[in-house]
Write a protein that binds this ligand. Structure first.
Ligand SMILES: O=c1ccn([C@@H]2O[C@H](COP(=O)(O)OP(=O)(O)O[C@H]3O[C@H](CO)[C@@H](O)[C@H](O)[C@H]3O)[C@@H](O)[C@H]2O)c(=O)[nH]1
Ligand SMILES: [Mn+2]
Length: 739
């Protein structure tokens, strides 16, 4: 029999993908042939031909980057059943939740996330949960106090009946199904009803509080919230539910904010969470989730620990990422923001390289990696039993310079760098120091946001932080268990989804042009070459807007200006673009079908992809240019979280509100549509005639251009249509809504 030591905790298995590789490579070959053809015939054509060539060069390079990402897909498999057999004493994990606005992020959503974390299958004395509230809202604090009372009942209930979904709002959607025997059934049903009543009461209390201008009397515990403004207030830290046996302790933190101090949005909040938790529990692992991302699989922490604790991981794996998956996404993914197919192909592929990028939520970090350690530091440390930071002995002076002036905190850092915690869970003792490290000028002159912690300077602080970790040579792991580890809500409305995409593309481009660019990470650090290619593809989303826009305008331009950007129909060369078109569509459809998605979802993704690239990404590119010129600052616009649950509103049936407002986001798409429509109108009214019969007479209208123009119109049609049936529709203010 195998010894227990050899029981596996995790495994990385390569996936077979021969057909996909063949298709991907064929397409790449065709694209290169097209470029060659254009180059050879460049002298016979004018500006249009050159523009097409430039756009296609971009597309080809981009496709090359994509093929690189998809080439080596892997599965990460974990064996949580072996965890205790290998390591009877599991390590502590600190869990961080961030929220920023009680209106955009309604407290019931955040509370469900918190409660689902408190209830995961992991020893309660090894967990602690920290909520950062950038909204500094008494309502959030009040909700947390109530949620903690609820958790005292909920956590034992989940463990007793081995509940699978531990976010109550999801769990109570279904009728009770007991996992225990029929005899226990009646007791289970009674408990179930009691729990449901408790949960409903919790929701009622929060709702009642949220209707008042002040949620509760601002006395006693709440007195600190009187006279606070969200952007001007001292630190508030409250310890809730310490010393409970079954439920992990809960800490509320609203870091100090002052109008003149940059607070660095979520990255700033994460760094405060790291420090405060460092003083209080100093767990060697930290889980971070967005407020809407509840734990959907009670085994998540154990699965992540399988990956982290596997023998070689200590000097290899920097973080373990669960994908961002969503609940109740509208049918057929009209906004293309559920990313199911992307994770399946791109995600798994990148996981097979150096590992997935950090996506801001559902991620288990090693504290010492967040504190800036290199894999080499860990090795030296293991040999010498001393704390090493940046290749040097981590003495007091060095730590205070990098981590800030709190002695107590730098002491905790010294322990963390060794992968150990130093304190017993004594929260009250560290409270005073916690206020100090959460103050807004604590980071002044330190390495926070620069060399340690979450990185500053990009709207996508997560990607930048992950890149800096990869730069040091750390790998990462992607876990996609069934059921998925975490579920959140994707924006379910046109403008919100677009605003989010714009923020992402802005943040990504900010990284590309910063000193933290992956190019330097490759040249000066240990970012692998193929990983560099991945980051180039990812960070350049915003740049894609320019060739995309030009290419979509080309057909209309050609029709109107009586010129051509494609070979004539009867020329053999026409076969190249035609096959590119056919193969690209077939291969992407195949990906959708193989992932269990519909053709409709594929179409939606193609369509929203074009719309996003020409609008949100274009604005993102402009924003970054303005920032580079020093003309504007980028601002994190928090995404509205939907509280609708799953009560089958129209969103669920695919009738999507894509409200058209005066936002500049809608200008490029509408313009493209109108220009192409005008061109087609010219064709259909006979102003322009197809050139099929005047071959050899130089210029003339080609069938290819007309087809492409039609294709563009099909993509941008949502800008004209009202919300009808299962169409993605745009409401031109209220007018078409009435129609
Ligand atoms: O000043 C701020 C702004 C935001 N947040 C929190 O950041 C999280 C993400 O914000 P959200 O509006 O939901 O943005 P998304 O675009 O959905 O977030 C995705 O993209 C972000 C930027 O890349 C990542 O940080 C997130 O983890 C990732 O889910 C939420 O928990 C917010 O409460 C703060 O704590 N402070
Ligand atoms: Mn979000």
């Amino acid at each position: 029999m195998a010894k227990q030591v050899s029981l596996p905790l995790s495994e990385k298995v390569a996936r077979k993908n021969t057909t996909q590789r063949a298709l991907d490579i064929t397409l790449l070959f065709l694209l290169l042939s097209l470029l060659l053809y254009r180059l050879l015939s460049l002298s016979n054509h004018g500006f249009v031909w050159l523009l097409a060539f430039l756009c296609e060069s971009y597309f080809t390079f981009n496709w090359f980057l994509i093929v690189n990402c998809k080439w080596n897909p892997v599965d990460f498999i974990t064996y949580p059943q072996n965890l205790e057999k290998r390591l009877p004493d599991l390590p502590p994990v600190d869990m961080f939740v961030t929220t920023a606005d009680p209106v955009l992020e309604p407290p019931p959503i955040t509370m469900n996330t918190v409660v689902s974390l408190l209830a995961v299958d992991y020893p309660a004395d090894k967990l602690a949960c920290y909520l950062s509230d950038d909204g500094c809202s008494p309502l959030t604090f009040y909700s947390l106090v109530e949620a903690s009372k609820f958790a005292k009942l909920w956590v034992p209930f989940c463990k007793k009946y081995n509940v699978q979904v531990r976010a109550p709002f999801r769990y109570f959607l279904d009728e009770p199904i007991s996992s225990t025997s029929a005899g226990a059934n009646s007791e289970f049903k009674l408990d179930w009803k009691k729990m449901k009543a408790e949960y409903e009461e919790l929701c009622l209390k929060i709702e009642a509080a949220s209707r008042k201008s002040v949620p509760c009397d601002l006395t006693a515990e709440f007195a600190v919230f009187s006279n606070v403004e969200r952007n001007n207030h001292p630190t508030i830290i409250k310890i809730i539910g310490e010393n409970l046996d079954d439920v992990p302790p809960l800490v509320y933190i609203s870091r100090e904010k002052r109008p003149k101090h940059p607070h660095h949005y979520k990255a700033g909040a994460m760094n405060v969470l790291s420090r405060v938790s460092g003083l209080m529990t100093n767990a060697p692992y930290m889980l971070n989730v967005d407020c809407d991302m509840f734990a959907n699989n009670p085994q998540v922490v154990r699965q992540a620990m399988c990956q982290h604790l596997d023998s070689k991981s200590e000097t290899e794996i920097g973080f373990v990422q669960f994908p961002q998956c969503f609940y109740d996404g509208p049918k057929d993914d009209p906004y293309g923001n559920q990313f199911v197919v992307s994770y399946e192909y791109m995600g798994r592929g990148i996981a097979g390289l150096q590992g997935p990028g950090y996506s801001g939520t559902g991620c288990f970090h090693r504290r010492k990696v967040i504190y800036g350690q290199w894999p080499e530091d860990v090795e030296i440390q293991a040999r010498n039993h001393t704390s090493i930071f940046n290749g040097k002995l981590a003495d007091n002076e060095l730590l205070i310079k990098a981590f800030g002036k709190s002695k107590q905190f730098s002491e905790s850092v010294a322990y963390a760098l060794k992968g150990k915690k130093s304190f017993s869970n004594n929260f009250s003792n560290s409270l005073e120091e916690a206020f100090y490290v959460a103050s807004c000028d604590y980071e002044f002159g330190t390495s926070w946001g620069n060399k340690i912690g979450w990185m500053y300077g990009s709207m996508t602080e997560d990607v930048m932080t992950g890149l800096m970790i990869h730069k040091k040579g750390w790998k990462s792991a992607l876990l996609m268990p069934k059921p998925q580890g975490f579920l959140g809500c994707a924006p379910s409305g046109g403008p919100a989804a677009m605003t989010q995409q714009k923020r992402w593309a802005t943040g990504l481009l900010e990284i590309l042009v910063s000193k933290n660019s992956p190019i330097f990470a490759f040249l000066n650090g240990k970012l692998q070459f193929r990983m560099l290619l991945f980051y180039l593809w990812f960070l350049s989303w915003g740049l894609f807007s320019i060739p995309e826009l030009c290419y979509a305008a080309l057909p209309a331009y050609c029709i109107i200006a009586n010129s051509q950007f494609l070979p004539k129909v009867q020329e053999p060369a026409m076969l190249i673009p035609v096959s590119i078109f056919v193969i690209y569509n077939l291969l992407t459809i195949r990906e959708y079908l193989k992932t269990g998605m519909s053709i409709r979802a594929w179409w939606n993704f193609m369509r929203i992809g074009r719309i996003t690239r020409t609008s949100a990404y274009l604005l993102a590119a402009l924003t970054v240019v303005l920032k580079l010129l020093g003309l504007s600052e980028t601002v994190f616009e928090v995404t509205q979280k939907d509280q609708s649950g799953s009560d089958g509103d129209e969103t669920k049936n695919g009738a999507i509100k894509f409200t058209f407002d005066e936002s500049p986001l809608f200008v490029p798409g509408t313009t493209l549509l109108l220009v192409n429509l005008t061109a087609l109108l010219a064709v259909s009214s006979g102003l322009r005639q197809l050139a099929a019969h005047d071959v050899g007479h130089g210029n003339g209208l080609g069938a290819g251009e007309v087809f492409c123009s039609l294709w563009v119109v099909l993509f941008f049609l949502p800008f004209l249509k009202g919300p009808r049936g299962d169409e993605v529709g745009v409401l031109f203010n209220q007018t078409i809504a009435i129609d």
